[in-house]
Ligand binder design. Sequence first.
Ligand code: SF4
Length: 205
Amino acid sequence: MPDPAGIIRVGGFESLSLCDWPGEIVATVFCQGCPWDCSYCHNPGLLPATGEQELPWQDILQFLGTRRGLLDGVVFSGGEPTLQRGLGVAMAQVRAMGFRIGLHTGGAYPRRLAEVLSLVDWVGLDIKVAFADYQRITRVAGSGARARESLELLLSSGVDYELRTTVSPELFDDKALADLKRDLAAFTIGKHKIQECRPVISQGH
Ligand code: SF4
């Protein structure tokens, strides 16, 4: 069980964001910890399971209490939010305050994703590359199978979503793009956004 005072470990917080959930005005919680190690990760401080400067979850809840009626929702980003056992409890707390819930994930923990999908209104799922090629990006064996399982869970849940692929020129050539498109063609995909790698952006994935 997570520490009731902590619930989840938070490495950063954006009190107002217009870009983390398309069309929604949100606050964004950057969850601490990620099991993957993408070379282009712009937020390496969020990768260790425990951060050097964590923000108390209770303080964030208190702040959100002052934003009722002003924000459409709250996005849980990272890092990898589904790393944390307390994610569902934290989402339920925020939902009970009247906010809609968004989730950014790379799909590293399909079982936890399945646990929280009923609490989520929108998912931004990071699809890094063709599933067989994931380890080249994440530097973790088996990561592609986990991402694929998460995609299947998301698509069968009916939860609104956007798939996002970050194209880094050094890691992503024409063949890699063709392989990814072939993989995704096996699914009925609604929204897939390909974005260029930027040196500094405000979210974990
Ligand atoms: S880019 Fe996302 S999945 Fe990759 S290491 Fe960074 S936080 Fe983890």
